[in-house]
Write a protein that binds this ligand. Structure first.
Ligand SMILES: [Zn+2]
Length: 373
């Protein structure tokens, strides 16, 4: 059983089923700064925050199907307890492979996703296809996949979202997330920082009458998430419990809001289109959160909207952003920017600054400076 000790943190109602389950539990997190209060989500999947949650998890859950990745399992296996009934290493994300895995899953097990986005997505798919209970134990804060219902399937070159899995619980083990290198933890700010550019894009589209789906509450929330991220940034850099909790709570509420609104307009815009374009142009990728941060810095530099603020948050959180540190060459970014307007239009992405921003020599020089290249 989980020991729950110390001052309890805030609890609330779940957004997904209108039920009265506490949405978060665990002792109040330790903060590096006195008086700092981490963001606490008002909605989202049930989540637990505590050091040592992975210890004895196999004993607690009984029969399990663990979906993981080799590096993550190497960390969790020694503390897991009772060995899994079945173990799957998640690699490919095409539907055929995932359906075969779901088909082969034993009856009567709890599916446990352990690792990064790929493990979470495969675990969700098996759980959904087979109606098996799901527990997610992320070992990286750099992805929000543990707080979303759909899996990101690869369909040739494109990504397609499908499925509908709700975990019984998402376990945030400070012992594991806090031990990850800072780069892996702080890359997690990407999918929150993206609210800055996404909101500017959403406003642009509405002003042009292209996107009627304006939602004031969603837009206000987007601003709140950026404020909370900025406040948490030094805690994230310190890898404190409060920083990890604030970051994961932001992912938790953003995941719920995407589902509630039926779209991710408040969180996904030109910075993600930049990221998808980078992947299409270069035929490779880097850590998603860092790629999105690169997109935010590039797009805010081009639009001159909130660029200084984006830079302040990235610096305070200790996130890598210089192209050299990311292992990205300027020529890759240049090719991405030149292709971006046509890529965004042809891909049918939501209308954004990426669609209409002409890219000439002056724009390239601006982004080059912004990315320290
Ligand atoms: Zn993203």
């Amino acid at each position: 059983m989980l020991a729950i000790v110390g001052a309890m943190w805030q609890t609330g109602k779940t957004g997904r089923d209108g039920g009265d389950r506490p949405i978060t539990r665990g002792p109040a997190p330790r903060a590096a700064r006195d008086g700092y209060t981490p963001f606490v989500a008002q909605h989202g999947f049930a989540a637990a925050y505590e050091a040592g949650l992975a210890r004895g998890l196999g004993d607690r859950l009984g029969q399990t199907l663990v979906v993981t990745q080799p590096e993550a399992w190497a960390i969790v296996e020694p503390r897991f307890g009772r060995a899994p009934t079945a173990l799957v290493f998640a690699r490919a994300l095409d539907q055929e492979t995932l359906d075969a895995l779901a088909h082969a899953a034993p009856d009567g097990v709890t599916v446990v996703g352990i690792g990064g986005g790929t493990a979470m997505d495969v675990a969700k798919w098996i759980s959904w296809r087979r109606k098996l209970p799901l527990v997610q134990l992320p070992t990286l804060a750099s992805v929000d996949a543990c707080f979303t219902r759909m899996s990101a399937l690869r369909d040739g070159e494109r990504v397609r979202y499908d499925g509908d899995a709700v975990p019984d619980e998402v376990l945030i083990d400070y012992e594991i997330l806090g031990a990850a290198p800072l780069a892996l933890l702080s890359a997690g700010i990407g999918d929150v920082l993206s609210c800055l550019t996404a909101l500017a894009d959403w406003k642009l589209a509405v002003a042009k009458g292209i996107d009627p789906a304006w939602n004031q509450e969603g837009a206000d929330a987007s601003v709140r998430y950026i404020d909370a991220l900025e406040a948490a940034a030094p805690e994230i850099a310190a890898r404190s419990e409060a920083g990890i909790r604030a970051l994961m709570e932001l992912h938790r509420e953003i995941g719920w809001r995407c589902h509630d609104l039926g779209h991710a307009r408040f969180e996904e815009g030109s910075e993600h289109f930049f990221a998808y374009c980078f992947e299409a142009v270069t035929g490779r990728t880097i850590m998603h959160g860092e790629l999105v941060v690169m997109g935010v810095l590039a797009m805010t530099a081009l639009t001159e909207i909130d660029h200084d603020r984006a830079r302040r948050i990235v610096t305070a959180a200790g996130t890598r952003w210089r192209l050299n540190d990311l292992g990205v060459t300027w020529s890759e970014v240049e090719a991405t920017l030149r292709a971006l307007p046509e890529f965004a239009r042809a891909g049918g992405y939501w209308y954004s600054h990426a669609h209409e921003r002409g890219i000439g020599e002056a724009e390239l020089a601006t982004v080059r400076r912004a990315l320290g290249a």
